[in-house]
Design a protein around this ligand. Sequence first.
Ligand code: NDP
Length: 499
Amino acid sequence: MFSCENIKEFLGESLEQNQIQEKPSCMIIIFGASGDLTNRKVIPGIHSLNCESRIGTNTQIIGVARTKMTNEEFRDSLEESVKNYSRLKPGKTTYCEPWDSFAKKITYLYGDYDDPKTYQNLVQHLLDLNQKFKTPLNYLFYCATPPQLYPIILRHLAQFKLNQNRDSFWSRIIIEKPFGSNLETAIELHKVVNSIFTHSQVFYIDHYLGKETVQSILTFRFANTIFEPIWNRNYIESVHVNVMESVDVGGRGNYYDKSGVIRDMLVNHLLQLLCLIAMEPPPRYTSDYLRREKIKLLQSIKPISCSNFAIGQYHGYRSEQKISKDSNTPTYADVDLEIDNWRWQGVRFRLSSGKKLAKKETEIVLTFKQPPFSMFSTSLESVCKNQLRIVIQPDERIELKMLSKIPGAGMKTQPMKLTYLYSQGEPLPDAYERLLLDVMLGDSSLFTSAEEQRLSWKLFDSITDHGIPIQYVSTLGTNSLSSLVSQVNYLLPRKTDDI
Ligand code: NDP
């Protein structure tokens, strides 16, 4: 008989080998290469992938932006970011090459995004790199510019035929959020994208899906027998997806003041988390099956009603850089949803997110119903319901709260926690590492689809663009707010709730 443990030992090598696919080699072309995302996430992510030899050694990285820089200046500008933000530091671990040798894979082209000459130069540059390093002409385009530039970049790629798969070579594109600012603009974006790239070439990135703990929701639910039978309205009372940020709006005022927390967080990250928690089991782990289940779930969410949400703004928001002095943009939102299907009828789903809160934490909390009857002389059962807490970040873990007997005489109970720590000391791979590699491998399982985006916008358009007057009201007494949201001025307090 094999136990779980010795099967692992027996299969050891072959399990490992199964997971290792051929190392992809390509040209990674980043538009907006002088920006924050490229510096903090994209290049550090590629660097860690390279350290772990997950990508072909002749992979080339080409930055494109309007800022005038030489190759050397561009490389220098990235060195500090990679040292600060990359999971694996240059030269620090035995298998990470020194910065200078990684930097040789990076080149820079400057030019306007709407100037055909930029793309003409790019074509020539790609051919030169192909000649020099034998890098296959596989193109991974990364749109890391403000979103209004996406259509301009895409049309030029089409003009220079960089959008086409050729012979055995592929061309793929990563598009960053925001995917439009409402249903109408999302549809416009999809139209442009679909007129230039085919479905399998496009990767809409929602980096939450690349987080290790988010993927582990799927294994937690679907690789175990014990949770799925209780994962429904018979046992679960409520589900709370809560993304708390301690940072303020920082240098992103220009974008954020037009967007606000609902567009920035709820429409994408929080709804995606909700989908993974609440969707039906897909028959296989493939992007098509996963998407199908997420779409079904999104279609089951009832329209959001006014009385089911609260929005707020943190103190001092209006004095931040690039924020309008009379801005009513919400930086905090708390929404109740109902999922109108067999599994979830009557279960309360709550999404909340905000900036400048007392702590940074992303968690999903499932609260179970009380036991039907208490045989112990304690009232704890009524206040301490079983709770499953999936902490996505930081200190990634899964906690199960339950009651246990206090040792000693009598039958007194006390709350206790079973905790599984996801990381065993080593930093977990960054979401961008996983997602960049998946694009190179052509796997879109952890990316959102245009249909998911449209359904998500449809749900929230009713409260972002129509119908609800956002009226600024003075701070509610902090006593009536939970401590975490005490820094928030309420623009529109929930009518029926406890905050
Ligand atoms: P930036 O504002 O830093 O812009 C990236 C680059 O685009 C800039 O360095 C600049 O390069 C160019 N650019 C900026 N404004 C304009 C303009 N008006 N016209 C032409 N070019 C312009 O953006 P980020 O790097 O922060 O983000 C890039 C994209 O990724 C955005 O769509 C953002 O919403 C999305 N995103 C970002 C995240 C982040 O953590 N930063 C997280 C999730 C999504 P140059 O002038 O040299 O051409």
